[in-house]
Design a protein around this ligand. Structure first.
Ligand SMILES: Cc1cc2nc3c(=O)[nH]c(=O)nc-3n(C[C@H](O)[C@H](O)[C@H](O)COP(=O)(O)OP(=O)(O)OC[C@H]3O[C@@H](n4cnc5c(N)ncnc54)[C@H](O)[C@@H]3O)c2cc1C
Length: 337
């Protein structure tokens, strides 16, 4: 593979993921981080917005830090489909030649970014947990590797654009500033519905009770120390009393106790609640990378040497089935529930 001429490529792009006109929070988080890069490098920060009827939505991206929004607005983009999104993004890259494109590591970002990377014959680092840029505009991408046991820093020195996906909640949400102004560049779309092989016949929304795990302020997380599936009810009750939701470690998902939606960690979700209470979780790095930026971590484990106590703000040594009912009783009394 021949190297691309890096000097032709300038500007930082964030792929602005949206669903039904609602921008995914991760987009704003990425704009906040990339604003720092754009200021450091003296380059333009662009949000690339693909969808239908998004004129108003486009301004939000400027309020959150973009200098410009490149808007591809067409009925063919009304719902995410891999082929037309890849086609238009590749077309835009070939036209504008950005130096880097950052995507959320969501189901859409994880589907789209590899397709675009393959078409453009450039690199892609998936699921990053941190990003930096050096003075020459080289993106330094940090991600867990070798089963999560080490953090790798990855660069893409010879090909452009540099591309990466970053998990939601890795970067803080920037402040919205409605006094910011910027340009909206409207791209003419020539893709025709009849040329798209995939048709969406029906979409079904998953009904969920309580806050989404990625957005919850309080999470009560259970691990193998719950010992029985029945004890999931205990952590659910504590989560309900605190107005939160539950999460679990991977072994419980592997056992089929709960679907992967609830898994926290390297191969699960990254969460950033105000409070997480871990119940019978040893604290393997593959779990802690997904929750260690919680404001307060309370760990309950019967083993005083469990590694979870190294990341915990408060530790309770004891058995889950004894401690959790006590906490439920105490919080119910405190909160008059
Ligand atoms: C590539 C890769 C990706 C992975 N991704 C993830 C991931 O995304 N998320 C994830 O969670 N794991 C992931 N893992 C698995 C991870 O390495 C650990 O195996 C897992 O996190 C351990 O889960 P656990 O803490 O529930 O179980 P254990 O490690 O078995 O810990 C159970 C804990 O419960 C305590 N305990 C037992 N009984 C009680 C009781 N009655 N009361 C109180 N405490 C009790 C024990 O002292 C122990 O500390 C991944 C592994 C690999 C290789």
């Amino acid at each position: 593979m021949t190297a691309t001429n890096s000097s032709e490529y300038k500007g930082i792009w964030v792929f602005a993921e949206q669903r039904d006109g609602v921008i995914a929070n991760v987009t704003f988080e990425l704009l906040g981080k990339c604003r720092e890069f754009a200021d450091k490098l003296g380059q333009k920060l662009s949000a690339v917005l693909i969808g239908e009827n998004l004129e108003d939505t486009a301004h939000e991206l400027i309020y959150f830090g973009a200098d410009e929004v490149i808007l591809a607005d067409s009925p063919v983009f009304s719902k995410y489909r891999t082929n037309p999104y890849t086609d238009i993004l590749v077309e835009l890259v070939n036209e504008y030649k950005p130096s880097m494109i950052i995507y959320g590591a969501t189901s859409v970002g994880r589907d789209l970014a590899p397709r675009v990377a393959a078409r453009l014959k450039t690199g892609l680092t998936a699921d990053c947990l941190d990003l930096e840029v050096d003075d020459n505009g080289l993106l330094i991408q940090t991600k867990p590797s070798y089963g999560g046991n080490i953090m790798c820093k990855i660069i893409c020195p010879n090909h452009r654009p540099q591309m990466t996906t970053v998990r939601p909640k890795v970067f803080p949400m920037p402040a919205r500033d409605s006094s910011r102004t910027g340009e909206i560049v409207r791209k003419k779309v020539n893709i025709k519905e009849e040329d798209i092989p995939v048709k969406i016949i029906e979409t079904a929304k998953e009904e969920s009770k309580g806050p989404k795990i990625e957005e919850a302020d309080v999470i009560v997380a259970g691990g193998r120390g719950l010992e029985t599936k029945e004890n999931l009810k205990l952590i659910k009750e504590l989560a309900d009393v605190l107005g939160g939701t539950i999460g679990v470690t991977r072994p419980l998902v592997d056992e089929g106790w709960l679907p992967p939606y609830y898994q926290i960690g390297q191969s699960g979700k990254t969460v950033k609640p105000k409070l997480i209470i871990t119940c019978g979780i040893s604290g393997a790095v593959q779990f802690t990378v997904g929750m260690q930026s919680a404001d307060v971590i309370v760990a309950i484990d019967k083993n005083p040497d469990a590694p979870i106590f190294n990341v915990a703000t408060y530790g309770i040594v004891g058995r889950v089935e004894e401690i959790v009912p006590e906490l439920i009783k105490k919080f119910k009394a405190m909160l008059n529930k």
